[in-house]
Write a protein that binds this ligand. Structure first.
Ligand code: GTP
Ligand code: MG
Length: 393
């Protein structure tokens, strides 16, 4: 197995030479995004597999009280301590699963064995693993080819925690087994083994709105223009390879989190251009901002681009396909864009879509767009809350 970031993050096996060749074939005119995985991406890990083992319970003890002037002191074996649990806890300060990305088995402490003189063993120490908000924990042992692994927990809020492997119970000492007819029991319970699991942890960014678009359409430039986030901007596809979050302050009261998600290409729902990894970061957003290049410099038709990515969303998941979208033309400062905008607007209007236009370079149109996004996020969150909790009659 190779030692690259993707393999460590659980992509081993799929990343064969044949798969890479197939990927190159399906990437069309785009470079392989994995080739440009750099230090940024080494720090951002959104999928890991880890083995966790809870602590075994300590054994109960067989002992008898032996003391001067106390003949036949009776059984006095103490109980074994319970094994420690493995716990996942959300840490609001984390934004990556990097800390857990090294192949390893993580073990909680085992319970101490019981001792004589009715002394119980100490409980094993819990192992607390810190994860970022938006982490989904799957039990990888239950999933097989074609079937989904069982979801153990969806950890969203800082402080949320879940026990993913329970420690084994400590065994009872022989003091518990004395009866009227058997006053010197010579047996105690052994401790129970702790649970063991292979977990797949998947991080899905928690953002209010997500930027969606082909590579190089100006997503990162827009995020830089409206927030303090600083994703890299350059004139080539797949400049951005990990999601970036920016907080957009619309006015004194309203603000929302905008995610710059790496560019998507045809076949993204099948994983082309790492599409499935990038698409999942859009799944938790309330609204999608679909950015299109209208200048004609890409040589593609903006309405075709829109259709292609909408199809990718629908094929990736029905939930993504039906998310509300705000469709936006980028590079409004360019003469080519201004020239083609009226015609493209009319074509979108025929489908009932009101095409917005902005320039991430001059900032033109960004204020109005951000207000519109804030209102759409609020409306969608309200709608989601209403459908989640139907009002009592
Ligand atoms: N003139 C002009 N150029 C822009 C605008 N927005 C982006 N660009 C340029 O377009 C190129 C790509 O911009 P990015 O913001 O990196 O595009 P992206 O969509 O984030 O690209 P990927 O991360 O590769 O998917 C850069 O050279 C930007 O300077 C704009 O509004 N006006
Ligand atoms: Mg970018």
């Amino acid at each position: 197995m190779c030692a690259c970031h993707l393999c460590r993050a659980g992509f081993a096996g799929r990343d064969t030479r044949a798969a890479r060749a197939a990927e190159r074939y399906t990437l069309g005119p785009y470079p392989d995004p994995r080739r440009s995985l750099g230090s940024d991406q080494m720090k951002f890990v959104d999928e890991v597999r880890i083995r966790v083992e809870a602590g075994d319970g300590g054994d109960g003890c067989v002992a008898f009280r032996r003391e001067k002037y106390v003949p036949r002191g009776g059984p006095s074996g103490g109980d074994g301590g319970h094994g420690g649990d493995v716990v996942l806890r959300v840490d609001g300060g984390l934004s990556t699963l990097l800390d857990l990305s090294y192949p390893q088995t993580l073990r909680a402490g085992r319970g101490e064995h019981g001792r004589g003189k009715e002394q119980s063993g100490a409980r094993g120490a819990d192992l607390v693993l810190r994860v970022p908000p938006g982490t989904l924990a799957y039990d990888d042992d239950t999933g097989s080819e074609g079937s989904e692994a069982a979801l153990l927990a969806d950890l969203r809020e800082p402080g949320d925690e879940v026990v993913v492997a329970h420690g084994g119970r400590g065994g009872l000492g022989n003091q518990h087994f004395a009866t009227s007819t058997r006053q010197a029991p010579r047996h105690a319970q052994p401790g129970k083994p702790g649970e063991q699991r292979t977990l797949r942890l998947e991080l899905r960014m928690l953002a209010d709105a997500g930027l969606l678009g082909f590579p190089n359409v100006g997503k990162s430039t827009l995020v830089r223009a409206v927030s303090a986030a600083r994703p890299r901007v350059a004139d080539y596809p797949f400049t951005t390879l990990v999601p970036h979050l920016g907080v957009v302050r619309v006015d004194e009261e309203a603000s929302f989190v905008l995610a710059d998600v790496p560019g998507l290409i045809p076949g993204a729902h099948l994983g082309h251009g790492l599409g499935t990894r990038f698409l999942r970061h859009l799944s938790r957003t309330a609204v999608l901002i679909h950015l299109l290049d209208v200048s004609g410099l890409t040589g593609r038709d903006p309405v075709d681009d829109y259709d292609v990515l909408c199809r990718e969303l629908a094929l990736a998941s029905p939930e993504l396909g039906t998310k509300p979208q705000i469709v936006v033309a980028s590079r409004l400062d360019l003469a080519e864009t201004r020239e083609r905008l009226p015609e493209v607007r009319t074509r979108f209007a025929a489908r009932g879509i009101d095409l917005q236009a902005v320039s991430g370079v001059t900032g033109e149109g960004t204020r109005g767009l951000m207000q519109r996004i804030a209102a759409a996020v609020l409306a969608e969150r309200r709608r989601m809350a209403d459908t989640a909790q139907p009002a009592h009659p």
